[in-house]
Each structure stands twice: as C-alpha cells, then as structure tokens.
Design a protein around this ligand. Structure first.
Ligand code: SAM
Length: 388
C-alpha cells in the first residue's frame, strides 16, 4: 500500500505526521486526557512500552513544553487541527520550511520554547524493548517490563540516589504520579493467544506501577477486551478508587483495543508490591479481593460527561463466579466530530504525503531484509530458492 493511500485510509496517521508525532497513538493519549484530565498535578510519569515514543512526546510537550516548538505555536497548531476535524477540511501539508517559519514567528512574538515548563521537578521515564530515539526531558530505558530486573533500573532512573544493594523496591519511595502503558505484543491473528499475551503485558505493567505509584496516583493501560475482562476490572478495583474502560475515537472501533483508566491508587493495608512475587490472575489478587468488601456494592453508577458526548455502555457479565467480577463503566472519549478512525477521507488534489516523523530504529524485520539482500534479493542466489 502506498503512503498516500494510507494517508487517505487513516486520517490519524496523516495528522500524526503533520503534527510531528512519531505515531498515531499520540491522539489516543490526548483523547484520554481530554476525558480524564490525566495530567492534572502530574510531574513524575513512567511510560511503559513506549517506542517509538509518541506518548512520551505528548508528556514532553504537556509537562515540559519544550519539544520542537513553543507553547503558543503548539496551541495554534492544536486550534488548526480542531478546526479541520470539525469542518473535515483536507489538511494543508506542513513542510519543514513552514515549521521553521512558524518557529521564527513565535520567537519574534516572544513565544520562545521554554527550557522548562511551569511544573517543577518534572521526571519522565520511558521503557521499551526497542530503542527509543532521544526526546527532550525524557529518560529512555531499553528493558523488558516483564523482567524483575527492570524495577531497580526504573527506580534508579527516577532517583539517581537509589541503591539496589541497600534498598528493596518495597523500601524505595513511591514517587510516581502516573504510569501509562501502551503495551502490545506482535499480533499473531490468533485471537485468544493475542489477548492472553497482551494480558500478561498488562499485568507486568500493573506490577511495575504498584512498585512506583504514590497513593492517589493514576494508571492507564491498553487492554484487549476478551471474555473474562470483568475479572481484571474487579482486581484493579482492589487498588484504585475508580476504574473505567475507555475507547478513544482514534482507536479503531473494529479493534478489541481499549484502555483501562484507574484513578486514585489506594493500596490495601499492609500490601507490599514486589516483582519477585508479582500479582496475576489466580494468585495473591484473589486473597486481596477476599479481604476487601464486595467491589460491586462500591461501584458508582457510570455518568455521561458534561459535554453530552460521552457514551456510557455497560458490558455484559456472565459466568458463575460473579463475586470476583465487576462491570467497569465504558466511556467512549474524544470529540465525536473528530475523524472516524475506520473511515477513508478524500485527500486534496495537491496533497503531499509526508515521510514518517521517526523511522523505526531497530525494526524486527531489519535483519530479515539484510539476510535477503545478502542472498541477492527475493529471487537471489540462495540454493533453497527456485530460480526457474
Ligand atoms: N505508546 C507507543 C507510542 O506512542 O509510540 C506505542 C507503543 S507500541 C503500540 C507497543 C510497544 O510495546 C512496542 O514498541 C513493543 O516493543 C513494546 N513491548 C512489547 N512487549 C514489551 C515488553 N515485554 N517490554 C517492553 N516493551 C514491550
């Protein structure tokens, strides 16, 4: 598929390139923030499964406001973006030259990119298996979030004085306001397997979050909604006052993807987070749930947003073990007049397809391409190939 046809098929892919985001996922986080005000009073954030880094870009722009362009230029671009979404006007391509002109205009008007924002002590740590190209104000780590060794790495990145020899994760301070995770495995197409592997990533993210979140903190993570997802919602309710499942408009309606948004971290009394003894389905979680009151009786009825655009849908709960199941309010977020991520849009006749903002640094297919080249290409000299 050509770049131009992908531009047409996926409005958010095109907008991401125009606005300088490394991936279209940036819009998911922005739309979640629109609904849940995720960044309010937040200065210390951990971004899990962060490559290529569009969520970290959002954090850098919102918390530090020093990435690529000043705040005024950014707001101006936002306004233009909203205008286009409301009127569904085909976009004008933004060239590098135009960006530079905008930056110069901002500088003349005194809108110089700030070295640091108005939030003190901002700390953003981003982790992925893949390398993440540097971003201003973001500490990037290449690590596996399912591995226990990642906790001390993360704690050290958050606090350079942290000494893993003398401290344990339990003793370390819990300094983080928000943990976000967009973790996804390489999708196999085998529905149940994909959902299972994704749930393992989600539990790894939750376990890491429990080690670093401070009371009152927030946790946002991608989920693939499967059959027993209500068990997971009930388990999250053990740790957080409010748990929602949200679907941003930029996430394709046809995809099982959604995001859990957990607000106000309240660890049960005496709970000690540890990656040596992680939580997972059927383990310590059930005991913790037993200790708590029935979460169903604590559940708040879901409310529609004040803007009248929020849909609230209750998911069906079936199965006998209803004590450990809980229905999380389902919230569709993002302006309903925004682009539909499943639709194709007509491009302007003079539309120019822009190159990706950040080409993959170490794509898994890179080695395969190298090997194929060594073999003289797809129809090359490999003895195993049929050259007829
Ligand atoms: N939020 C990112 C952004 O905005 O650019 C996109 C994340 S992408 C959908 C999913 C990422 O999960 C991939 O970069 C993948 O390398 C990462 N991932 C999968 N398993 C992981 C693991 N065990 N540890 C760390 N990262 C993992």
């Amino acid at each position: 598929m050509g770049k131009s046809s992908k531009d047409k098929r996926d409005a958010y892919y095109r907008l991401a390139k125009e606005q300088g985001w490394r991936a279209r996922s940036a819009f998911k986080l922005l739309q979640l923030d629109e609904e849940f005000n995720l960044f309010e009073d937040v200065t210390r954030v951990v971004d899990l499964c962060a490559a290529p880094g569009s969520w970290s870009q959002v954090l850098s722009r919102v918390l530090i406001k020093n990435e690529q362009f000043g705040r005024c230029a950014w707001e101006d671009r936002e306004a233009k973006f909203r205008q286009r979404m409301l009127n569904v006007i085909p976009s004008e391509p933004t060239t590098q030259e135009e960006s530079q002109q905008q930056e110069q205009k901002d500088a003349e008007m005194g809108n110089i990119p700030e070295e640091s924002g108005d939030r003190p002590d901002v700390k953003i740590v981003s982790i992925d298996l893949q390398p993440i190209s540097p971003l201003p104000g973001v500490i990037t780590l290449r690590a596996d979030i399912t591995h226990p060794a990642t906790v001390p790495l993360l704690l050290k990145a958050l606090d350079p004085c942290y000494d893993p020899e003398t401290s344990t994760s339990q003793q370390a301070q819990h300094p983080v306001d928000l943990v976000i995770s967009d973790g996804a495995p390489d999708v196999t197409g085998l529905h149940d397997l994909d959902i299972y592997v994704q749930s393992q990533l989600l539990f790894a993210a939750l376990n890491l979050a429990l080690c670093v979140l401070k009371p009152g903190g927030k946790f946002v993570a991608k989920i693939f909604r499967g059959r027993n997802v209500d068990l997971l919602y009930a388990q999250l309710k053990v740790f957080f006052e409010k748990v929602y499942v949200a679907k941003p408009r930029s996430s394709r309606a046809s995809s099982v993807e959604a995001f859990i948004v957990c607000i106000n971290f309240q660890p049960p009394e005496g709970f000690k987070a540890s990656l040596e003894e992680p939580l997972g389905v059927g383990s310590r979680l059930s005991e913790l749930q037993e200790q708590q009151q029935d979460p169903i009786s604590q559940a708040e009825p879901p409310k529609a947003g004040d803007d009248g655009i929020t849909e609230v849908i209750l998911e069906d709960v079936s199965g006998s073990d209803n004590k450990n199941r809980w229905i999380a309010p389902f919230i569709a977020c993002g302006d309903l007049s925004a682009f539909d991520s499943d639709a194709s849009y007509k491009l302007a006749a003079d539309h120019v397809s822009l190159p990706p903002v950040q080409p993959p640094t170490a794509p898994p297919y890179k080695r395969a391409i190298e090997l194929r080249r060594q073999n003289g290409g797809a129809y090359g000299k490999s003895p195993n190939r049929c050259t007829q």
